[in-house]
Design a protein around this ligand. Sequence first.
Ligand SMILES: [Zn+2]
Length: 373
Amino acid sequence: MVTARRTVVRSTSLMPAVTSLHPGPTRFEGGLTEVGSGIHAWLQPSGLLGESNAGLVIGDGASLLVDTLWNPRLTRRMLAAMAPLIAKAPIETLVNTHSDGDHWWGNQEVAGAEIVATEAAAAVMAEQSPAEMKRFGLLAGALRLAGSMPLPYPRRGDVGAIAAYVGGALEPFAFEEVRLVPPTRPFSGRLELDVGGREIHLIEVGPAHTPGDLIVWVPDSRIAIAADILFINVTPIMWAGPLEGWVAALERLLDLGAERLVPGHGPICGPEEVRRLIDYWRWLDRAAADRLEAGRSPAEAARELVLGDEIAEWGFAEWLGPERALVSVGTIDAHRRGVAKPPGPRELVGAFFRMALLARDFAVRRGSDQRRD
Ligand SMILES: [Zn+2]
């Protein structure tokens, strides 16, 4: 028996590096970083599913946390890194920017804080359960098994691709410990808070990404914590829409004069990246409308766009997760037909299945896929 000798790597930091949760390269530096005076971002590379960021604004003797993470374990790691900062300025206010679990399912770790969200987000949160995500993960496990069995049924490769995509996406996250702690202070429109003498504005900009999105604006430093209104180097996903609402939210960020922005997913950015995201939405809207009017289904239209040349010409094929256009085009179409509604668990499963196959085909099309069925 060979006993491996443990190598001790000495680091100047006590915290282990925050690397990508999903397989693949870590595309930007993760962990706690100071964005401006007394404003810190917790960044989780590489910004894909559940790899969400958070923000901390420190005032005199009190601080405000913007979002928790997808489960208690990830949230505890973040709070441990923040501990020296919040020792003299405890978190009195927790803001949940929207209803997606990767921005609030760690709330239980922030004891005693007032929890603020929009009324629209709070209404969606009240309907959620981590058990659903767990069931989704179990389904992926069952599919993975089916895909690996040497049965001569057609589309075994499809089943395998779906299982790898869904199972792989949920693998880094454990939901057993999650106990949902909902907002205690819902608001609508706009809310101005004083946190240790510091003025912080919460501005409702949804429905856009989800039904109840908000952005956090810190006027004294011209920094916005924009959450999932911004995906940087990662393809955005529009669950709720309308698209015009999302574009208006992005224009709002530019109008505020934000110089540095913390996205919900991806690295810290400036106004140039906000304009790029507006370009993406305008392109997708126009290109999808052309195809829908020509009689294609939303899924067909999205497939053509993701596998076509235009996406590469615009540079959007470089963003992670291009297959998310499937969901966004579905939302665009639903608004055009006046039948938009938030996806239920059934629609969610269907959307992930279709995204899995499109992600595989995109990888093959771009020649970056080494795996073949
Ligand atoms: Zn998110």
